[in-house]
Write a protein that binds this ligand. Structure first.
Ligand code: ADP
Ligand code: MG
Length: 261
């Protein structure tokens, strides 16, 4: 298949997409100073969708998903997450942050905390969860990502793939309704990519709404119900994976696919 493709088993059954909107972005624009980084973004994501965002480096993929949990601020248009509008209202930002989990390329674990402490920190301090319950929740999700035996180690003692699975478990401990992934496997050695993708496939099968920036086109083909192609701050085209890969419409998409496939 593709030179980036890691073998992913296609999902056994059809994954359900709801008719309820999880994220709605309308006429959204963002600038960094004078640089117009996102241009008139219009995008509706329904609950249960698995959307892959692809596009060349610098096209605005990270900035777009960072706007969705307000790590970046947009300047015009609207972003609604589960009907809550992202504005400068801090109350709304807190609500969104607890509903939307994010996993980064470089894991971003706290190096001086154990794996368990990494997973219980936000539930205890943000969610005000009793420590015992937070620890039980953490162990549940560490088991889910198949590394409960690492709970008392520090991030530096784990492989990259294990650290990324901890990062996913840590996000899940906040019980998000939506998960955003920004190139979660790009910093990993090839032999570790699959273990992280397998975890993401399981999440998808459980019905998690997922938005993933990734170059893993094998994952896109097996798991996504929609692929979005961005270039120069715009959504150039989007389609279901089969059509997207077999029948790209725009020259820029064709060029991109020729480069990566
Ligand atoms: P991608 O994730 O598709 O590679 P990014 O969203 O990271 O793209 O970046 C889009 C563009 O915005 C790039 O030209 C990048 O240099 C620029 N950019 C990203 N973050 C900032 C920032 N904090 N300040 C100024 N420019 C930025
Ligand atoms: Mg990026």
């Amino acid at each position: 298949m593709t030179k980036h493709a890691t073998r992913i088993q296609p999902s056994p059954g059809p994954m359900q997409v709801s008719d309820k909107i999880a994220i709605q972005i309308s006429h959204m624009n963002k600038w960094f100073g004078a640089f117009h980084v996102l241009r008139d973004i219009n995008l509706s994501i329904y609950r249960g969708e698995r959307v892959v965002i692809a596009g060349p480096s610098g096209s605005g993929k990270s900035t777009l998903i960072r706007c969705i949990n307000r790590l970046e601020e947009h300047q015009s248009g609207t972003i609604l997450v589960d009907d809550t509008e992202l504005s400068s209202d801090l109350k709304n930002i807190d609500k969104i942050r607890s509903e939307v989990g994010m996993v980064f390329q470089h894991f971003n674990l706290f190096p001086h905390l154990t794996i368990l402490e990494n997973c219980t920190l936000a539930p205890i301090w943000v969610r005000k969860m009793p420590r015992r319950e937070a620890e039980e929740t953490a162990m549940h999700f560490l088991e889910k990502v198949k590394i409960p035996e690492q709970a008392n180690k520090y991030p530096g003692q784990l492989s990259g793939g294990q650290q990324q699975r901890v990062a996913i478990a840590r996000s899940l401990c906040m019980r998000p309704r939506i998960m955003l992934f920004d190139e979660p496997t790009s910093a990993l050695d090839p032999e570790m990519i699959k273990e992280v993708l397998d975890t993401m496939v399981e999440l998808a099968e459980e019905g998690m709404t997922m938005l993933c920036v990734t170059h893993e086109m094998g994952f896109a083909q097996a798991v996504a119900n929609r692929v979005i192609f961005m270039d120069q701050g715009q959504i150039v085209e989007q389609n279901e994976p089969k059509e997207f890969f077999n029948n790209p419409q725009h020259e820029r998409t064709k060029l991109f696919l020729r480069q990566i496939l």
